[in-house]
Write a protein of this length. Structure first.
Length: 165
């Protein structure tokens, strides 16, 4: 599937749920990622926190009225091989690299054949024990980069086994 691009650095989402609103969807996810970071770092007093909570609930109620369903068969699959595979463009809601998913990690996937590279900095929302990245977050990140290394090698497939100590 050909990918068009907007003025941003990332291709428009190939997912039908984001078509026609790609820049706004990506910006919304980025704003929520910022909010998540602030939720785990703010020391705002109770009255400020309560006021923000009211505003957020109003915004959530507005968005809730637009919930739709996209059949799984309509969701495009990522390119299956090669260093030019646009994985992020095909997985806009992926929890590791999806630019339209506020849960997505602050990581960027790139290819340097024969390697798949995942770069970024884990921020406080992904913390487990104080000052440490949560093990499940590390596992999800490793799982993605290993699966994408298979894509680069031309043998796409899931990670068969992953152990992290």
């Amino acid at each position: 599937m050909a990918q068009s691009t907007d003025s941003g650095a990332h291709p428009k989402a190939a997912h039908p749920a984001a078509l026609g609103r790609e820049p706004e969807s990506e910006a919304l996810a980025e704003a929520v990622r910022r909010l998540i970071g602030l939720c785990v770092t703010t020391t705002a007093p109770p009255d400020v926190t309560a006021a923000v909570l009211r505003d957020l609930n109003t915004a959530a109620d507005t968005l809730a009225s637009y919930i739709g369903q996209t059949p799984a068969a309509a969701i495009p699959r990522p390119a299956t091989s090669g260093a030019d595979a646009d994985v992020a463009g095909h997985l806009p809601f992926d929890p590791v690299i999806g630019r339209h998913n506020a849960l997505a990690l602050p990581l960027d996937l790139s290819f340097d054949p024969p390697k798949a590279l995942l770069r970024g900095t884990f921020t406080r929302p992904y913390e487990g024990p104080p000052g440490c990245v949560h093990g499940a977050v590390l596992a999800a990140s490793f799982d993605l980069v290993l699966a994408m290394a298979n894509v680069v090698a031309g043998v796409p497939g899931p990670t068969a086994k992953l152990e992290i100590s």
